[in-house]
Ligand binder design. Sequence first.
Ligand code: HMG
Ligand code: MG
Length: 318
Amino acid sequence: MQRPPFPRIPAGFPTHVKVVEVGPRDGLQNERQHVPTSIKVDLINRLGRSGLSAIESASFVSPKWVPQMADGHAVMQNIDRVPGITYSALTPNMKGFEGAMQAGVDEVVIFGAASEAFSNRNINCSIQESIQRFEPVALAAKAAGMRLRASVSCALGCPYQGEVRPAAVRDVVARFANLGCDEIDIADTIGVGTPRQVQEVMDAAASAFRLDRLAGHFHDTYGQALANILASLEVGVSTFHSSVAGLGGCPYAAGATGNVATEDLIYLLHGLGIETGIKLDTLVEAGAFISDALGRPNASRVGRALLAKHTNLCGTSD
Ligand code: HMG
Ligand code: MG
């Protein structure tokens, strides 16, 4: 008797998950030390060889606000573009959109918040004003035939205001849906959410936007990211953001750590029998590369475990 292709996938879970690698942007934007453009380019090229289909590669924001992302144009111009990979960048306004267009970005990302306080700190305007700023960006992206993605920060809690209600998340998701977004992610910027809460918020978001176009963007500050991803899979979410080697944090959310590590996410998904098209070994090498280049410990537990296993077997880690 022929066995079903993915016997272990729990009922109701997606059989394929799209992973959006955000390390080169969300990860590196928060590095205190200057990261040379050549290292960013090398990282994106390594990630491009792992089978990822989406890499968030740059930000076209004010260099005064986020100096680390000031070289977005040079990064985009120097990477080896792999056919089939969507290279995206953050664009908070038309100035950012124009920069992204000139640099050859495939997909632009508008980013708002479900918390007024965070919106003001992060992009210097209210939620309502941010939507007004995003409108021309959305129109321009559609006119240029570009994909448009949106991110809802502080969907599970805010560093300034505390609790965020699912209805507030739904409201912002509905506004982004009206702008014609192709994909919207629900972001736990400070990593405070827990699984049942995540399901409640995902359900609220799914009442305003297609579930198959919703994504989870989980920072791992409180160690809940993988549990929250499992909870999201349970309610049918099939796109997740992650950072190789668990890079990152947010410059406007003190103490927030990086996103869930891509290596850990892939290990979980493959363990569940869910297809991703991604080669874990290549990712682990990319994670080791960037951790060495930054001189910081690798924050991926799977990355560390597989590198240690390799060292034990081969007597070398390279
Ligand atoms: P503002 O000061 O309110 O804007 O900033 P402004 O229009 O008054 O412009 C002020 C100056 O910035 C001017 O320059 C503009 O030219 C310049 P000056 O005349 O003073 O020399 N400027 C720009 N320069 C380059 N690119 C641009 C741009 N726009 C204006 N696009 C703004 C508003 C949104 C620009 C600013 O607040 C900003 O850049 N903030 C940075 C936000 C950011 O990147 N945050 C981190 C990423 S979000 C994140 O990590 C969360 C996420 O991962 C999901 C999650 O986890 O929650 C996505
Ligand atoms: Mg983030």
